[in-house]
Design a protein around this ligand. Structure first.
Ligand SMILES: [Zn+2]
Length: 59
């Protein structure tokens, strides 16, 4: 089950949507900003269908 959440790039502060697969309860992965293309880490905790917490961290 996928849920979209708005996240903010830690470098350029641009907000954009991230789609999270909420069937995985704890996730950590690296994604690239759609605007400045710099990679940052996203940590997500979720229940099926709902995001409990989401944090972004630059390197
Ligand atoms: Zn950016």
């Amino acid at each position: 089950m996928e849920v979209s959440e708005t996240i903010q790039c830690p470098y350029c502060s641009q907000s954009f949507e991230l789609v999270v697969d909420t069937s995985v309860p704890a996730q950590r992965y690296t994604t690239d900003c759609e605007v400045c293309c710099r990679p940052f880490e996203v940590q997500v905790e979720c229940e099926p269908g709902e995001i409990l917490s989401l944090a972004v961290q630059g390197e």
